[in-house]
Design a protein. Structure first.
Length: 158
C-alpha cells in the first residue's frame, strides 16, 4: 500500500532571526519568524509525511506556544515525525518540495538541504527533491515579506 500527503507552510521574514531552510542557515539580512526555527521547507515536509500517514499535522504534534518547542530545530521535529510514521508501519518512499521566495537564491544549498531532510527521515538523499521558485514580485513572497513551501510525500507500508 502507498499513501501520498501534501504539506504547505508560510512564515514572515523578520529582523533578528536566522534564515533556516532545510536545516541550512543561509546568509540573509532577515530570517523567518515563528515559534520554532520557522524552517518553512522542513515544516512543509513534516506536514506532507504526517498527512500521508493520516497522523494529523505539525501543529497537533508540536503546538506553537508550547515551551518545549520554543526555537526548536525543525530537523529534530522532522526526525520525530519520521519515527512516528515508522511506528505506524510506514516508510518514506520519496519527498518532493518547492520553496517559494524571492531571495536569497538557494541553488547552491539544495544538496545540503536534501541531505538534511533525508537524514532526519532516515532515507537516502536521492529520495528528496528540493526545487525553488520566485513569484516574479507578486504577493507576500514577491514583496520580500515572507517565504512559503510546498511538499509532497509518498509513504509505503513497511
Amino acid at each position: 500500500m502507498t499513501r501520498i500527503g501534501i504539506g504547505y507552510d508560510a512564515h514572515r521574514l523578520a529582523a533578528g532571526r536566522p534564515l533556516i531552510l532545510g536545516g541550512v542557515t543561509l546568509p540573509h539580512a532577515t530570517g523567518l519568524e515563528g515559534w520554532s526555527d520557522a524552517d518553512v521547507l522542513t515544516h512543509a515536509v513534516a506536514d506532507a509525511v504526517l498527512g500521508a500517514a493520516g497522523a494529523g499535522d505539525i501543529g497537533q504534534h508540536f503546538p506553537p506556544g508550547d515551551a518545549a518547542f520554543k526555537n526548536a530545530s525543525s530537523l529534530d521535529l522532522l526526525a520525530r515525525v519520521g519515527q512516528l510514521v515508522g511506528d505506524l508501519g510506514f516508510a518514506v518512499a520519496n519527498v518532493d518540495t518547492i520553496l517559494i521566495m524571492e531571495t536569497p537564491r538557494v541553488g547552491k544549498y539544495r544538496d545540503e538541504m536534501a541531505a538534511n531532510i533525508a537524514a532526519a527521515l532516515g532515507i537516502d538523499a536521492a529520495r528528496v527533491s528540493i526545487k525553488a521558485t520566485t513569484t516574479e514580485g507578486m504577493g507576500f513572497a514577491g514583496r520580500g515579506e515572507g517565504a512559503a513551501a510546498q511538499a509532497v510525500a509518498l509513504l509505503e507500508k513497511a
